[in-house]
Write a protein that binds this ligand. Structure first.
Ligand code: MN
Length: 304
């Protein structure tokens, strides 16, 4: 069934745990685990902003029972910024990254991504050469330790209000080249790329086989298809490069987010009432969009 194989999405599909409100119980991610599994996702994205707050020993068997694989995400706070020229601040950042790597391993995950190279927040100045050197050194050591435990490290490209260091895919590729570790990959997010890239599809094609993760996220962080991201162009670029890596739906609504996230991501509006419906709809949006793009790419190949 060659035609089916061409259109069947091979990409593991994920959803961010914070699509659901943590339920404040001893297993705060219960709703996310149940919701993600019920919606047919393969991966659940676990935020590790505070690695010690994630009870990995309890969560891992829940994920396994639900047939979900975990993916770990993190953005550094300003007081633990590895791009700081203050060695104490950068040291706290390295400590936090290594703690997150430990939890990643405890959860049985093989991917740690996010804003790992600076604070995730609005800077009031451009990056310094010394700060960038600090990032290169810390991430080199992190990548080395991660390689030893089979973890891939993704540098997520985010917009200018959430870092001053890596706003474009080209900047991520340059930073990864400078660090020079084989287990570092580019993590793109359509919400951020839609703000910063000249051409989102061209940015995806430029990362080619170094794209390790894609966040499908709408221009307003709400449900997919209810914003201005050109998803047909995104899916066509993924089909053109033959990307088979993970794609995660990342969306947030103010009511469902913890206060620290509300502040750092400027979540001032509610985009949905029913996280279960939003997750189901996002998965359908991604699978159908990919299938259409793959049929288009196959027709293109047939024409040549
Ligand atoms: Mn993202």
């Amino acid at each position: 069934m060659a035609a089916t194989e061409l259109t069947e999405p091979a990409n593991p599909l994920g959803v961010h745990a914070l699509v659901w409100r943590p339920d404040g119980t001893s297993s705060p991610w219960r709703r996310a685990v149940e919701g993600a599994a019920a919606a047919g996702f393969d991966l659940l994205e676990i935020p590790l902003r505070d690695p010690s707050a994630v009870a990995a020993a309890a969560l891992r068997p829940q994920l396994q029972a639900a047939g979900l694989r975990p993916v770990c995400l993190l953005g550094l706070p300003f007081d633990a910024d590895v791009s700081s020229t203050d060695p104490q601040v950068a040291g706290r950042g390295e400590h936090l990254l290594l703690a997150a790597l430990d939890v990643t391993v405890e959860l049985g995950a093989s991917y740690l991504g996010g804003v790992l190279y600076s604070a995730a927040g609005k800077y009031d100045r451009p990056p310094s050469a010394a700060g960038r050197r600090s990032t290169v050194e810390v991430l080199g050591r992190l990548a080395d330790k991660a390689a030893g435990v089979g973890v891939t490290v993704g540098l997520e490209v985010v917009n200018r209000y959430e870092t001053n260091l890596v706003n474009t895919a080209a900047q991520a590729l340059a930073l990864i080249d400078e660090i020079g570790a084989a287990n570092l990959v580019v993590h793109l997010d359509t919400y951020h790329a839609n703000i910063e890239e000249t051409d989102v599809a061209a940015a995806i094609r430029a990362t080619d086989d170094r794209l390790g993760y894609l966040h499908a996220s709408e221009s307003n962080r709400g449900p997919l298809g209810h914003g201005s991201v050109d998803f047909p162009a995104v899916f066509s670029a993924l089909a053109a490069t033959g990307y088979t890596g993970p794609i995660g739906f990342e969306g947030f609504t103010a009511a469902d987010a913890p206060p620290a996230l509300v502040a750092s991501m400027a979540l001032w509006r509610d985009h949905w009432d029913d996280p279960y419906a939003v997750a189901r709809s996002a998965r359908h949006f991604i699978t159908s969009g990919l299938a259409i793009a793959r049929r288009g790419a196959a027709r293109e190949r047939g024409r040549r």
